[in-house]
Write a protein of this length. Structure first.
Length: 234
């Protein structure tokens, strides 16, 4: 999160996260590459919370982090891709591993959350310089490489970086799912308004993470006014 004052098929209120896992393609170095129609994006969850508004956000972020950790485990168990989309917090000489180490330090306000959501060896990561996970990053290329056409957005803050990332995902023709208990903002009102905006304008599906069901079937939903994506060839 950039800190500051501004910073398909449903049944019984259950969203089926439609995914297909075609046979892996093999890259030039012999490593099997994952292919999935869906990806979990964890936005600014590795965070030192070293900004003035942090205490207000932490109140809501820690409970959300516990729900995110449970959802991440479900994605990992079904071999679906998890992508950390993380702010560089102005540390231009840093990398993601150093960011994780920094946020796990004893004096870091975000240590508990970083511990809950520490990346695994199979996870992807993208460092972003601004609010949106797509701005000046390789996220779009990575999603096309994976063949992803639906993204599940979790993280902080819901009314800033999650919202901006959702907006850019929509403009790229991606379907959006936002688990309501896996997103946090500085106030519950701001968080609710952000999710209402994503639902109304960006056609996002909003519901608790417990109602997200991973499925092997995939049905492409047309997003009116936005051209569908075509995965890059391999």
């Amino acid at each position: 999160m950039v800190s500051g004052a501004a910073k398909g098929k449903s049944q019984r209120n259950t969203t089926i996260l439609n995914s297909t896992m075609p046979s892996p393609t093999t890259k030039a170095d012999g490593i099997a590459a994952e292919r999935s129609h869906i990806a979990l994006l964890l936005i600014d969850v590795i965070n030192d919370f070293a900004f003035p508004e942090a205490p207000r956000l932490l109140r809501y972020a820690l409970p959300a982090a516990r729900k995110i950790a449970a959802l991440k485990s479900r994605f990992a168990a079904t071999k679906l891709p998890v992508i950390y989309v993380n702010d560089n917090f102005g540390r231009w000489r840093s990398d993601f591993e150093k960011q994780v180490e920094h946020c796990l330090q004893a004096n870091a306000a975000g240590r508990a959350i970083a511990g809950l959501l520490r990346p695994g060896l199979d996870d992807y990561f993208v460092l972003k310089p601004k609010h949106s996970g797509f701005f000046s990053t390789t996220l779009d290329v990575l999603l096309q490489h994976l063949g992803a056409q639906k993204v599940v957005l979790c993280g902080f803050a819901g009314d800033i970086c999650v919202l901006y990332t959702a907006n850019d995902a929509y403009m790229r023709g991606l379907e959006i799912v936002v688990p309501s208990d896996c997103v946090a903002s500085e106030t519950s009102q701001a968080n609710r308004r952000a999710m209402e905006q994503m639902k109304r304008v960006l056609k996002a599906e909003i519901l608790p993470s417990s109602r997200l069901s991973l499925s092997n079937s995939f049905r492409r939903k047309k997003i009116i006014g936005v051209a569908p994506r075509n995965p890059v060839s391999h």
